[in-house]
Write a protein that binds this ligand. Sequence first.
Ligand SMILES: [Zn+2]
Length: 279
Amino acid sequence: MTTTFKRNETIHGAVFNFEKDNIAETTEIKNMTDKQTGLDAMAGDGGYQEEKYLGNYLRAKMRRDNKRFWAGDNISEYVNDHNIEQLIDEAEEAFELVLDRLLIDRETDPNSKGTARRLAKMYFNEIMAGRYEPAPDATAFPNDSADRYEGMLVVRSELRSMCSHHHQPVSGVAYIGIIAAEKLIGLSKYTRIAQWCARRGTLQEELCNDIAREISKATNSKNVAVYIQAVHGCCENRGIMAHSSLTQTTVLTGSFKTDPGAKKEFFDNIKLQQEFAPR
Ligand SMILES: [Zn+2]
């Protein structure tokens, strides 16, 4: 794809110059590569020098690596904190163009002046942060003593997400159930993992699968159940304008799938939780 946006020299020129001749002696480049962790974003890869935008370079690199980068995919191994600052600058420039195309006067309207930058920061640092951040550290504790816990655990996690079709907010809760295995993770980790999966562009069906898979990875449990109920901005604020619509999705694995007793206990627990603290 060819570059669509004219490069903004006040943003890009001030930070570093990508021209081939200058790369070697630009100290900022050196500092930047020194800071990199696990990513050869520029070092030793001539491709970047031909690209005006880091974002274009990274997309080309992921394509070369056959790395999928859909809205719901985590691409944390391709970016680091320093890259994010650069990517925010580039996204700001692109959002400015979107506002211009929408015929919004971002020069004199005081409320629209900083909007392009606010949007860029919000996407990277908040509503899509789960794409760029590595998985939360979920230290596991052994659960293998004589008096180990063998029962079911159901954790309710608040979710904030965004649909990848319309970039409208999705808000709801996930109920995560596991049958305790030989390792247990801290209770807050269930929610951290669920939110890490949710802070992306998602489809609720895929989000349910993602949370089940990541919880199974973190706990080493083959018996995981996830039930999500959520309201979708794209159904409430536009389209059918359905203000009380609620979407429910369920993923059952292991004994939750094969043992009707475990499945019933999971949904009974959800009902008990909803009675205890309605939402
Ligand atoms: Zn939508």
